[in-house]
Design a protein around this ligand. Structure first.
Ligand code: HEM
Length: 157
């Protein structure tokens, strides 16, 4: 089966059809996707701004990673629970969409970086290593910004 045929099948699923045939389901699910984006932005910014030297500077970055963890997981759960139905409703549009491919690639990188690199190294930062902290936060911001910006770009492509 070719990739095109897989995307075609995905678009024919009951969830995809229900959203496509409704005048209100897509905007409602997309609005919930944006609620998830707001939660995700908060959870990411809290830590990344601290790493860049702004915001809650009286707390350690490692402490903030712990505080933000449940919000980050909840936000990701909501993004996936709403993003997948949106995708099913327009899988063929996404198939030929460079912004969608960019978004999925950046999302994979952002997840690996956040949980595999940033959250692990944040506890090992020495207080003097400002540039390392800035790089750790800056890369995270860049990756999550790319996911969000390419997500918005899909609608214009
Ligand atoms: C977890 C990180 C994610 C972020 C930051 C994100 C961000 C966004 C943004 C900013 C939009 C544009 C909303 C608008 O136009 O008002 C969007 C739309 C969308 N997202 Fe996501 N998203 C994420 C995850 C996902 C996932 C996992 C999927 C599916 C596999 C997905 C599928 C979609 C689809 C299909 C749209 C509609 C595109 C269109 O306008 O036609 N998203 N997303």
């Amino acid at each position: 089966m070719t990739a095109f045929e897989i995307f075609d099948r995905l678009e024919q699923t009951a969830i995809g059809e229900a959203i496509r045939n409704s005048s209100w389901l897509f905007p409602v699910v997309e609005a919930l996707h944006l609620v998830g984006l707001a939660l995700l932005g908060g959870a990411v910014l809290l830590v990344d701004l601290r790493l860049l030297g702004f915001g809650l500077t009286t707390r350690s970055p490692a402490y903030l990673v712990g505080q933000a963890r449940p919000w980050l997981w909840s936000a990701l759960a909501l993004m996936f629970a709403t993003g997948i139905p949106l995708f099913l409703s327009e899988a063929l549009k996404c198939y030929g969409s460079p912004p969608f491919a960019l978004k999925m690639g950046a999302l994979a990188l952002a997840l690996v970086y956040t949980f595999g690199v940033r959250n692990r190294l944040v506890g090992r930062l020495s207080p003097a290593a400002h540039w390392r902290a800035r790089a750790l936060g800056g890369i995270s911001l860049l990756l999550w910004f790319t996911v969000a910006a390419s997500g918005r770009w899909v609608g214009f492509y």
